[in-house]
Design a protein. Structure first.
Length: 398
């Protein structure tokens, strides 16, 4: 198994967590060699999640921009409305194989909590979700969804009462209950082997997209673009093209109100090396190493760290990482609604905004593949509040 990505990754955890991590490593190594495991995973993705997800060419938007053709990988069409379910299905299968009967998870905006509660119901497993107390208030509809699906939601009041504190609390639960409990991590972060496990389960995105591009367009895209919170939808997309050096890989971080304001979540762009949630990674932190509060209009990108593999891809120059502000993301959101009849998640709107910047200069023969990681139904209230809160400038010219 892979434990390090360059200098990043590893297992910076308490002694008590080493045994469950080793057990997970061994179980996953074995599952990966088992064709039956892969077949069951693929079967659930097909019959329950609704894969494969299509590629939609954004024709009117591309024509409006006057340049490259923009292709959307439609993870928003998955059951539960985002890419996260690919990973929770895989980890729930792994839990069952290991004889663990209880699932726990952390969640920020609530999307990973919903995806975990969903598979817990599907597999008939009890499920407990840790969520920052502030997020419980901000994301009430997702709390209701989790409860509807039979999960128990614990509001965490420690620290800043947001995602990083929820993750600490989930790790604490796991230490005390690892005999019968599986910790379902929602992104390519955390101690090894989680970043590799989550990457493998999400790599279905890139595998499908690569084949779909070749079938439909007879060639690979010039650029593959995805938003980066913890980095799981981006790594899933990149995995399909990592060995194709002609495909430029672009990760998009949340620029919030602008890097100069300090109100953002751009861990790779402005963070420094540190340790968070069991892995060495790029972090938003003070000079003394305290984790900084992050901000983005999209709750799903609001994480102070980032998956270790992204830090490495950045260092070796295989992928580049850019920043899109709230204003730019909301303008892209509006554009996709009006030009294509698709309401995207605010997270995904960051990737789309980057594609819209690049399309005009790439020329009419260019192909830009954007991972549309989720749908925007969950963001309605947020968008309305954002638009009501005064002039932010820019509306994609429509
Ligand atoms: C959670 C989420 C993200 C961010 O998570 P990654 O691990 O970076 O992919 C992006 N888009 C949507 C729709 C999400 O729900």
């Amino acid at each position: 198994m892979k434990t390090h990505y360059g200098i990043y990754g590893g297992q910076y955890v308490a002694e008590t967590l080493m045994a469950p991590l080793k057990e997970l490593e061994a179980a996953y190594a074995e599952a990966r060699r088992d064709r039956g495991f892969a077949e069951e995973f693929e079967g659930i993705l097909r019959d329950y999640v609704g894969r494969e997800s299509p590629i939609t060419e954004a024709k009117r938007l591309s024509a409006h921009l006057g340049g490259a053709r923009i292709l959307l990988k439609r993870e928003d069409l998955n059951h539960t409305g985002a890419h996260k379910v690919n990973n929770t299905v895989g980890q729930a299968l792994l839990a069952r194989r290991m004889g663990k009967r209880r699932l726990i998870a952390e969640t920020g905006a609530g999307m990973h909590g919903v995806a975990t509660a969903t598979v817990a119901a599907l597999f008939g497993m009890p499920c407990e979700i840790y969520m920052g107390a502030i997020d419980v208030e901000r994301q009430a509809p997702n709390v209701q969804r989790m409860q509807m699906l039979g999960a128990t939601v614990h509001a965490v009041s420690e620290g800043s009462a947001t995602l990083k504190d929820a993750m600490n609390e989930a790790l604490r639960d796991w230490v005390s209950n690892c005999d019968d409990t599986f910790y379902v991590i929602g992104t390519v972060a955390g101690p090894a082997p989680y970043p590799e496990i989550v990457r493998d389960f999400q790599s279905v995105i890139g595998r499908e997209a690569r084949r779909q591009c070749l079938e439909r367009y007879g060639r690979l895209p010039d650029e593959a673009i995805a938003c980066v919170g913890g980095g799981s939808n981006a790594i899933g997309l990149f995995a399909g093209f990592i060995d194709d050096p002609e495909v430029r890989l672009v990760g998009v971080e949340a620029g919030g109100r602008g890097l100069a304001t300090g109100e953002h979540a751009a861990s790779i762009n402005v963070g420094r090396i540190g340790v968070l949630h069991g892995a060495k990674t790029m972090l938003l932190q003070t000079d003394d190493g305290n984790i900084l509060d992050t901000y983005s209009v999209s709750a799903g990108l609001d994480y102070p760290g980032v998956g270790p593999e992204h830090c490495h891809l950045h260092d070796i120059g295989r992928a580049e990482y850019t920043v899109i502000t709230d204003d730019e993301a909301v303008a892209a959101f509006d554009a996709l609604c009006r030009f294509e009849g698709i309401i995207p998640a605010l997270e995904s709107s960051h990737a789309l905004a980057e594609a819209m910047k690049r399309a005009p200069s790439l020329g009419g023969d260019g192909l830009i593949l954007v991972n549309l990681s989720g749908r925007g139904d969950k963001d309605m209230e947020n968008i309305m509040r954002y638009k009501a809160s005064g002039p932010h400038g820019g509306n994609a010219g429509i």
